[in-house]
Every structure is written in C-alpha cells, then in structure tokens.
Design a protein around this ligand. Structure first.
Ligand code: 5AD
Ligand code: SF4
Length: 451
C-alpha cells in the first residue's frame, strides 16, 4: 500500500456512496460487496452519482479502450459548481494502471484493486484527510474473510467461489489483473450461500474466471470439485436454482458433466467459451485444447442432459486469423448450434503476448467478420427460443416489467421471459410460452407458485 501526493479537494468523510460497475458478473458481484461493506461502515447508498459524495468506479479491462473510457468517466465527475465527489477507481483497470491513474487524473482519490477492496473503509479515512491512496496489493489475507455477511438480496444472486486464472490465453489480461487461480474454502462458500438464501435468493450463480477449476475439502475432509459443491448446494432448503459461470473446457470434469444429468436444481445451461474454431488459432491463443476436444465435451453434456442450452464466447480477428480460420469459427458454430453466445473483436491488451504478435488484423476486417458471425449466432438463438413456443415451463420472476402487470423472469435456459402476472418478484411460476423473439420470450401464467 502506498500513499500518493495530497489532494486538497478532500477534507471530509463521505456519507453517501454510489458504486458504478462495468464488465463481467464478477465485477457486478464485487460492486455489490463493496456497497455492502460501505453500508456496514456507516455510509448510505445514494440514488445516483449526483447525490453521492463518494463515487466508486468499478472498472473492467477485458476489452477495447477500457482505460480511455475510465478517464472520460472521471472527467465527467466534476460538478457544475466546480466541486467533485471523493472518487475511487476499483476493478481491473485500477489493478492494471495503478499509480498511473493518479498521475493522469488528479480528481482520483483512491485506486483499489480487486483483491484489496476489503480495505476500503481505511482507504477512505485516509483519503478524507487529504491523502491520495493506492492499494493494488494481492494480500495474503482474503478479502472474503473481512467482508460483512451478505445482505438483502434479489431472487437471483451471484456468489464468487473462485478467482483468477492460471491458463494464460495469449490475448487475455485476467491472469495479470486478477492473479493466480484461488478457490474459496468449502465452508465459506456454503455459509455465504445460506446467508444469500436467508436474504431472499432463490437462485445462486457460482462465479469464477475458471469456476469449474474450483476445488476444496468438504466437512468430512473429502476433496471435492465444483460438482461436489453443487451437490451440497442442491440439498439446501429454499434454494431452487443453481448455475455456474465461466468454465474452461479443460476443467470440464466427467463429474461436473454428470451433475447436469442428475442434480435437479442445476439448470440446463452450459456457458463454455471456445473463442475460435480454428486449430491454428486455438494454438496461437494458448487455449490448451483443440476443436474436437471442445466438441466432444458438448456432446457428452448433451448425452446426459439432452435439453442443455449451450453458450459460448468468440473472438474474431485474433492476430494472424485468415479467412480460412474465420470460416472454421463459423463451422464450429454450425456444428455446436448455440442457444446464445457472446462475440467480440480482438482487442490488444497491453502486456499480453498477443498484443505484440505480427499480423494484427485491420478493424474493417474484424467488423465484417463480427457481423457475419453474429448473424449466424442470432439465427441460432432465435431458433432456440422458438423451440420453447407453446411449452409450459418454470420461470423465476426477477424484476418488474415495463408495463404494469408484467414481470421479467428467466427460463431454465437463461432466456428472458416477459410474463403477464401480478405475482411478486421472487415467485417461481409455471407459464405457457406464447411468443418467441430473437432476444426474449412472452408468456402467460399457467399455475400459481410451483415451489
Ligand atoms: N479481446 C477480445 N475479447 C477478449 N476476451 C478476453 N480477452 C479479450 C481480448 N483481448 C473475451 C473472451 C472471453 C470473454 C470474457 O472476453 O471471449 O471469454
Ligand atoms: Fe482469460 Fe483464458 Fe483465463 Fe479465460 S481461461 S480468464 S480467457 S486467460
């Protein structure tokens, strides 16, 4: 932990905080936990950035001009009267940029990395005395041991069980910003799951950069993998649904695949990124698996759970990607047939091996490839959505819809469903699917609360 130069703007302890999170679900989870921490240290949540005297930008570094976006966001914090709130930059940009942020943006009072945010109250106290503080340590103590117990919760909650990555795909910053793979202990995860359920969660999504690399020791001293943890969560009363994300193909164990066949609460959904369908590009990406290994895992999952929805991530325009390589990506998409997927233009991340590889692909080429790939994925997603038309399925109502008398919920296959109902958020209901668009389904209530 290091101090920087004094910031004359800051002299008072902040009372109202606002957390703005960008990026992945783990960042959303970190944002929630930072909010809970600030709440438990006596601050109140502000309704907007303008009402806050502490703004926390919880940043993401995975793709595209993330750093530029953070600096322009910082610039926007200055208010009409010339004042600005206490400003903290957290998340992966904070980790990657460190002290550089304080040098480029004088408005920033605190820079705090993803493994150090449990120290926020102390950092805020120092900033309130006019110090600029930076903490991008990856301390031995775990933030999870210090953070307060989970509080009020919507029906669907995130729970980080694993962090970091040892895989070092050549395009990816995660191993640098989040550090090495670490699994949270069994008891800590089970305790947090119980607290979430007590606080109202009906669904828990286990999070990790390589969530299926999670390992731990259960109460009886037995070594367990993610499937063991899922089986234990399955036995918790009050929990209706379990999900996990994101998985790496090489950590997709037979036990975890089998859990999809026989754990009732485990939802039929598998997000398994492959990034490219080209053997050559997979090698250049250091993905440590080939195309066929990936396809066989999907086939295995479908054998134990025929209705499983498969989702993926794709990168177009990795350095050296030829038309032929790109065609291989389209082909694996045709072969796997995805229910949904995320796709991105390759973005060189400073410090990663791919950023300095020769044959970087022109932006126009990436744009066109992304368009073609997304066109195919959209057709598949729409087709998948249409397979639910006319069916009766259970939906977890998660939030109010746009119109009165509507709620938005999720199907077991993670589709958004607009349901005509006055039943409360948190209800698990049977519905009849009446329409299926490219991005969402429409439904009417079939029966009252199912569980
Ligand atoms: N450029 C583009 N996409 C990337 N991803 C990770 N790093 C990069 C990068 N440098 C994508 C991958 C990953 C998802 C979370 O983000 O598809 O699975
Ligand atoms: Fe990044 Fe690869 Fe690790 Fe995923 S597996 S976080 S893409 S390095």
């Amino acid at each position: 932990m290091a101090g920087m130069t004094a910031n004359p703007d800051q002299t008072a302890s902040p009372k109202r905080y606002f957390v703005k999170s960008y990026g992945c679900q783990m960042n959303a989870y970190d944002g929630e936990r930072m909010g809970e921490l600030l709440g438990s240290s006596g601050m109140e949540a502000a309704g907007s950035v303008d009402e806050a005297d502490l703004v926390l930008l919880n940043t993401c570094h995975i793709r595209e001009r993330a750093v530029d976006k953070v600096y322009s966001e910082i610039g926007r914090m200055r208010r009409e009267d010339g004042s600005s709130p206490m400003l903290a930059v957290a998340g992966c940009v904070a980790q990657a940029e460190g002290a550089e942020i304080g040098r480029r943006a004088r408005e920033v009072d605190i820079v705090v990395g993803p493994q150090a945010y449990h120290r926020l109250p102390e950092l805020i106290a120092r900033a309130a005395k006019g110090e600029r503080v930076i903490d991008t340590d990856m301390p031995l103590e775990s933030k999870f041991d210090v953070l307060p117990k989970r509080q009020r919760q919507g029906p669907s909650a995130f729970l980080t069980v694993q962090e970091g990555c040892d895989k070092f795909c050549t395009y990816c910053v995660v191993p640098y910003t989040r550090g090495a793979e670490v699994s949270r202990p069994w008891a800590a995860v089970m305790d947090e799951a119980r607290a979430l359920i007590d606080a109202g969660a009906k669904e828990i999504t286990l999070l990790g950069q390589n969530v299926n690399a999670w390992t731990g020791t259960d109460e009886t001293g037995r070594e367990q993998g993610l499937d063991g943890l899922i089986r234990a969560l399955d036995r918790l009363d009050g929990l209706a649904r379990i999900r996990y994300t994101t998985s790496h193909p090489m950590d997709m164990t037979e036990g975890l695949i089998r859990a999809h066949g026989d754990v009732e609460k485990l939802m039929p959904f598998l997000h398994l990124p492959v990034q490219s369908g080209s053997e050559r590009i997979l090698r250049a990406m250091n993905r440590s698996h080939d195309r066929d290994t990936y396809v066989r895992i999907i086939e295995r999952a479908r054998a134990v759970r025929p209705d499983i929805a498969v989702s993926g991530d794709f990168i177009v325009g990795f350095p050296g990607e030829t038309d032929r390589d790109f065609e291989d990506s389209l082909q694996i998409i045709r072969d796997v047939d995805y229910a949904m997927a995320f796709s991105f233009k390759y973005s060189p991340r400073p410090g990663t091996p791919a950023a300095t590889m020769g044959d970087q692909i022109a932006d126009e080429v990436m744009t066109e490839r992304l368009r073609l790939l997304q066109e195919l994925l959209n057709v598949q997603q729409h087709r998948f959505n249409q397979t639910t038309l006319g069916r009766r399925i259970p939906i977890l109502l998660e939030r109010p819809g746009k119109k009165p008398g509507q709620k938005i919920g999720k199907s077991p296959w993670l589709q958004s469903v607009v349901v005509d109902t006055d039943l409360p958020v948190g209800a698990l209901v049977e519905v009849d699917i009446t329409s299926a668009g490219p991005n969402s389904l429409g439904a009417t209530l079939a029966m009252e609360e199912a569980a």
